[in-house]
Write a protein that binds this ligand. Sequence first.
Ligand code: KG4
Ligand code: ZN
Length: 344
Amino acid sequence: MSHKPVFILGIESSCDDTSAAVSRDSVILSNVTAGQEIHRLYGGVVPELASRAHQQNIVPVVDAALHKAGIGIAELDGIAFTRGPGLMGSLLVGISFAKAVALARNIPLMEVNHMQAHILAHFIEEEGRENPSFPMLCLTVSGGHTQLVVLRSMFDLEVIGETTDDAAGEAFDKAAKILGLPYPGGPLIDKHAQTGNPGAFPFPHPKVAGLDFSFSGFKTSILYFIQNQEKKDPGFVHDHLADLCASIQANIVSILLDKLEAASIQTGIRTIAIAGGVSANSGLRKSLAQRAAVLGWKVFIPKFEYCTDNAAMIAVTGYHKFLKGEFAPQSISPAARYQIAPRS
Ligand code: KG4
Ligand code: ZN
């Protein structure tokens, strides 16, 4: 039996990327993102500037996504948007736009949790890629979050571990800042680490009970180590940049994977996924694949374009809400601190 395909427009505007995507059922037809270079000047995202840039970008980005997908706005069956977590002023731009389209076209509106969408990006249909089965265990690692999430179905989630201070992406970005690298430093640490020795500078592993994480002590230890070395040799960072990046990356990756392994043992789940911006990290991807081979895990690593913020993941999550008939009212407001699920 053939069915009429469902076209969804997804909108993502939680932080500093304005993104729009069009899906046909679980297939992504287009995924267009405009980044915001302006924040580099300030060493971090400036909320006011982000909101203004979203306002400038949203119409051209949506236009490009529809054009690339080869469909008109009249063919859309629904519109999905990021409700949170994120920056209030940024979220407001996406949500207002989505509401206006839904009202004008008289189509349903689906609200999406950004972190859940990072995980559900694994359910984007692509040739040669299989969907994960349930139960699955996902390590979500982004600029604002680090969590271990058990999924019993697409919409039955449980958080079994999380960071008590900084997120993994923040640890990368703050370490990069100490090394004098521009924001966001995560991808630059990854780049320099390629030619460095991960065992050159052994940084301490935090001792955190259970399945929780902590990265703030690690950041402080890097700061003191660099300050001490630079006192003796002002060219230290410059001369050892690759080794420093490789050692920092190896440390963050092993902190993450040790907890993931503990979570797998505790839950007995061996269908393992990673999601979020830091899942683009080549060291994490490589080490995860190595551990999976040893431990007999079935692993799911997102395609690069679906690791960092994108609207494809919003569209596909919205599609599954559309199928369930879970629609948001016009009165819905953003949720800057939107929890993905209750903490067990
Ligand atoms: O998911 P995301 O794009 O935005 C949030 O929802 O926060 O994640 C952004 C984070 C930043 O901290 C960035 O430095 C980090 O992901 N990131 C990386 C890499 N690519 C992005 N960290 C390490 N290695 C990478 N290749
Ligand atoms: Zn994100």
